[in-house]
Design a protein around this ligand. Structure first.
Ligand SMILES: NC(=O)c1ccc[n+]([C@@H]2O[C@H](COP(=O)([O-])OP(=O)(O)OC[C@H]3O[C@@H](n4cnc5c(N)ncnc54)[C@H](OP(=O)(O)O)[C@@H]3O)[C@@H](O)[C@H]2O)c1
Length: 295
């Protein structure tokens, strides 16, 4: 039986936990700063001081500070040393912190598994996340844990590369989403009732289809509550992306600014598609997007 500690009970770990519980070979405990009772009877809620020798620790934090606070706390560092634990860090972090994190886990005697993921809330809930992975050593415990909730794993040869890739990948995705703001309102104004035809084309045919199929409805309906991915996380990711994408980078600056304004308008807990609800696109007609009266 492998002792797995899940750290943080957020959108991602909430989806992942049931997949871990289904594996008979895993015994799952959870550490949370806000939960007062376990979300499932078979999960043990623990505090750092109670940690013994976890086989694997799975962390998914809001940012560098939360990740650093956890991994460098004396109780956790000592538990990692006792268990030679597989430390699986799934958060999207800055390049400088993930580089330091590898050093810290190595010095603590753990196996460092840098593992940012993609797939959003539905990927976590379905157990079909894709993970970008670099691990300091092969460890069968990591395979067992990651098999429970990932569909694809992509192995990177160097520490820090999964994080750098993920930051560029997210910034690029954010730019695609931002681009909807520049063009969709114009189509709604110009096409009026025919916007439905345009929406069908955009969502099913051609280059824009994958993005529009998953995000256009939220934009058209101004439905930014119940987040799949919180706006504050994307603003954080774009901030960290500046450390990978060298300046001057006018597109990154524009997109970062657009998401930051969406955060002011909609709050950090809105879905990140709220960037399409700010009328901040660079195209004409962005402020008059009532089109077919869907919003
Ligand atoms: N959501 C996605 O689609 C997605 C995809 C890829 C990567 N990521 C990355 O994964 C990391 C975590 O993302 P997430 O979407 O899971 O973030 P999240 O829901 O905001 O959770 C982050 C942390 O906030 C705390 N939290 C959650 N709900 C709370 C509540 N009701 N009250 C107080 N605290 C609460 C939890 O820690 P405690 O339990 O300790 O309080 C949790 O670990 C981020 O680095 C993000 O960039 C997210």
């Amino acid at each position: 039986m492998l002792d797995v500690l899940v750290v943080g009970y957020g959108l991602m770990t909430r989806g992942i936990l049931p997949h871990l519980l289904r594996r008979e070979e895993l015994s799952v405990s959870l550490m949370s700063r806000h939960l007062t009772s376990p979300p499932y009877p078979e999960v043990r809620l623990v505090r750092a001081a109670e940690l013994e020798r976890p086989d694997a620790i799975l962390g998914c934090f809001e940012d560098d500070d939360a990740s650093r606070d956890f991994w460098t706390s004396p109780h956790v560092t000592e538990a990692v040393a006792r268990g030679h634990s597989a430390c699986i860090e799934m958060s999207t972090l800055s390049p400088s912190w993930i580089d330091a994190w590898h050093g810290h886990i190595r010095e603590s005697g753990g196996v460092a598994v840098e593992c940012p993921v993609t797939g959003s809330r539905s990927g976590a809930a379905d157990g079909t996340l894709s993970a970008f992975v670099h691990q300091s050593a092969y460890d069968a415990r990591v395979e067992t844990v990651l098999n429970a909730f990932t569909r694809q794993r992509y192995s990177f040869g160097s520490a820090g590369h999964p994080t750098r890739f993920k930051l560029v990948y997210n910034a690029w995705g954010a730019a695609l989403l931002h681009s909807l703001t520049a063009f969709v309102p114009t189509l709604r104004t110009v096409l009026d009732d025919d916007f439905d035809v345009a929406a069908r084309i955009l969502s099913s045919d051609g280059w824009m289809a994958p993005v529009c199929a998953s995000k256009l409805d939220r934009m058209v309906e101004s439905r930014f509550d119940d987040p799949d991915f919180a706006l504050r996380h994307m603003v954080k990711d774009l901030r960290y992306a500046h450390d990978v994408l060298p300046p001057p980078h006018p597109l990154l600056d524009l997109v970062h600014d657009s998401f930051t304004r969406a955060l002011s308008a909609h709050g950090g807990d809105a879905d990140y598609t709220a960037v399409t609800g700010t009328g901040t696109g660079t195209g004409a007609g962005t402020a008059t997007a009532t089109g077919s009266g869907r919003s």
